[in-house]
Design a binder for this molecule. Structure first.
Ligand code: MEV
Length: 440
């Protein structure tokens, strides 16, 4: 076990790497070499990345791929995806192509409301607190004016400040539940700055409020923070076509496929074990675009899974039905995204991704990202209910196995040709690679 280190953040980058290598690596010089191999040759670009976080040693690459042919509300998109899982981009591209011949994806933004809360304790008469919060509303807006005025020019700002009594669940616990419109920014910094000012106003005004007793005047602010649960910042993505237009799958008719597909979704609607994996497949598509566009995938993940549990049981985010011979597959998902501010204006690849998408507004990006999730879900369910997932997965994973065994370009060609007709398995690939190595 290594000893704790003090003043690590004050060391230079070279010194940090050396310390890590000396204390953690069996072969320090090799470790240093690998770390430095990932530095960018362009010193300014490297510095930009170094300064995103504390204690940067190097860069951690994710492939940035694209899924073309996404027809969304009649407009064609090429969607950038940053992800390491081998089959995700291929699956998205396949689903995009499939639906582009069947009318494409339709989306509707159902709401764009963001939320933040000031959590505080108050000991006293709730009715008096209610009156107080009601009466200081103008002061709340006036005190946050310097923070909100630019956002207001863009059509956003604070939309409501509501007192919530949570004392049934926790003694003396109240909230200011604040709703915001943040237009094209994700709004985390804006919301948190507003909330901290609201907390200050709340405390100061309470301390001199004439109707309050000395105890009531002593409001304690616990914390002020945005919520990543945004059930009113939701987009719906949908595809539909006559069942007869669904492609015939191997050994299964369009009708059987549609019914099996709907049944698979129904299982995810009632069975949490399946719902988690089902939704994970959706997040494969969502996260990849969220990362490529410089948004916060942890926030999106947390919000999506909370939304999936909103009825008291974790359930599928997507739904499917067959009505009057029409197959419909849709999903509502909360997505708090930004297309200005944060990484979007800093990371060169994020800028490129945004350009690829035609510099979308936050609303348009919600639509694109929801579609990426629905497409991914469609592709996964289509494989699962027909051929099984492993056929496609293992085909895509084949290259990883070959790279793991340092196959040469010629070996790769031979193995890929062989497995065109064969089921791919890890041991099958290794055995075949060994057999061709023996004969050469
Ligand atoms: C794998 O990353 C995602 C799937 O498991 C999703 C699903 O089961 O629906 C294939």
């Amino acid at each position: 076990m290594t000893k704790a280190v003090s003043g690590f953040s004050k060391l230079s980058k070279e010194e940090k790497i050396q310390w890590i290598a000396d204390h953690h690596f069996a072969n320090p010089s090799q470790g240093v070499q690998i770390i430095k191999q990932y530095w960018n040759q362009d010193a300014d670009l490297q510095k930009l990345h170094d300064e995103f976080i504390e204690n940067t040693l190097t860069n951690f690459y994710l492939p940035l791929g694209v899924a073309p042919n996404f027809l969304i509300n009649g407009k064609n998109y090429t969607i950038p995806m940053a992800i390491e899982e081998s089959s995700v981009v291929a699956a998205a591209a396949k689903a995009a192509k499939f639906w582009s011949n069947r009318g494409g994806f339709k989306t509707t933004v159902l709401g764009t409301e963001k939320i933040g809360q000031v959590h505080f304790t108050f000991t006293g008469e709730t009715a008096k607190l209610n009156r107080f919060v009601e009466q200081i509303q103008p002061k709340f807006y006036a005190d946050t004016e310097t923070i909100t005025k630019n956002m207001q020019k863009r059509g956003g700002g604070i939309s409501a400040i509501v007192l919530r009594d949570k004392t049934n669940e926790l003694a003396n616990y109240f909230q200011l539940h604040v709703t915001f419109e943040t237009k094209d920014s994700m709004g985390a910094n804006f919301i948190n700055s507003c909330l901290e000012q609201l907390a200050k106003t709340l405390k100061e005004e309470a301390s001199v409020w004439p109707d309050f007793s000395e105890t009531e005047k002593d409001i304690q602010i616990v914390m002020s923070i945005l919520s990543n649960y945004v059930p009113n910042c939701v987009v719906r993505a949908e595809v539909s076509c006559p069942v007869a237009d669904l492609k015939e799958e191997k050994n299964i008719s369009q009708e059987e496929f549609a019914e099996k597909f709907v049944r698979a979704v129904q299982i995810a609607e009632i069975e949490p074990y399946r719902a988690v994996t089902h939704n994970k497949g959706i997040m494969n598509g969502i996260d990849a675009v969220v990362i490529a566009t410089g948004n916060d995938f942890r926030a999106i993940e947390a919000g999506a899974h909370a939304y999936a549990s909103r009825n008291g049981r974790y359930a599928s985010l997507s739904h499917a039905k067959i009505e009057n011979g029409i197959f419909t597959f849709w999903m509502d998902i909360p997505l708090a995204l930004g297309t200005v501010g944060g990484l979007t204006s800093l990371h060169p690849l994020v800028k490129i991704s945004m350009e690829m998408l035609g510099k979308p507004s936050a609303i348009e990006l919600m639509e694109i990202i929801a579609v990426a999730g629905l497409a991914q879900n469609f592709a996964a369910l289509r494989s699962l209910t027909t051929t099984g997932i492993q056929q496609g997965h293992m085909k895509m994973h084949l290259m990883n196995i070959l790279n793991q065994f340092q196959a040469t370009e010629d070996e790769k060609k031979t193995v890929l040709a062989h497995f065109q007709q064969q089921t791919v398995s890890h041991s099958g690939v290794v055995d075949y690679l060994e057999s061709i190595r023996k004969t050469n």
